[in-house]
Design a protein around this ligand. Sequence first.
Ligand SMILES: [Zn+2]
Ligand SMILES: [Zn+2]
Length: 213
Amino acid sequence: MKNELKTAPRLFDNAFLEKLTHTNSKVAITIYVATAMGVLVYGLSTIPTTFIQVFVLFNLGRVTFTLVEYLLHRYVYHSGKYDQPTEWQFKIHGVHHKHPKVEDQLAMPIPLAIVILGSFFFLFYYLMGSNSFFFFPGFVLGYAFYLTMHYLIHMRKAPKNYFKWFWRLHHLHHRFDDRAFGLSSRLWDRVFRTMPPKKMNGKRGVRNQKSKI
Ligand SMILES: [Zn+2]
Ligand SMILES: [Zn+2]
């Protein structure tokens, strides 16, 4: 069965590029959490601020990440013929849809993520100056949360509590690839009307998914 593949199929002839496609999610998450904490502590220790200001900026950063996650997933990862192995979208995302149990292809290569996160930091700093030292940690922790949930959804069984909606929604995305682009939040699927219809939950969605969850 295609979904049972546990090791990554080769994506590049070039050995360096191929190595980049294998990412340990736990190492990645640790680096991003440490980065977020480092920036936050630096901001708190050097910039005069109030608790409310930090709280609002941090959470705005978190919500902004969920929007970036949604837009990138919907309009970049799923652009073109993302399920065709010859396309670049396949190398960055389609391969995960084809082989969702391959553990070391659940997260973006760390060097690429650092470049992208660094670019976001400079953009935020340009837009909001020193406030970015409280906004950016929320954004990066949002990314770390997304990676954590993506890892758990594919590597662990769904819990029997409130959090099982993360599993349900993302497994629906893997079945119906024009729905449920948000993983760490349902907000933007609701705003942009890409939530799976309720009937998917019963007839061909969740019920058929249970063996995989
Ligand atoms: Zn997808
Ligand atoms: Zn997935």
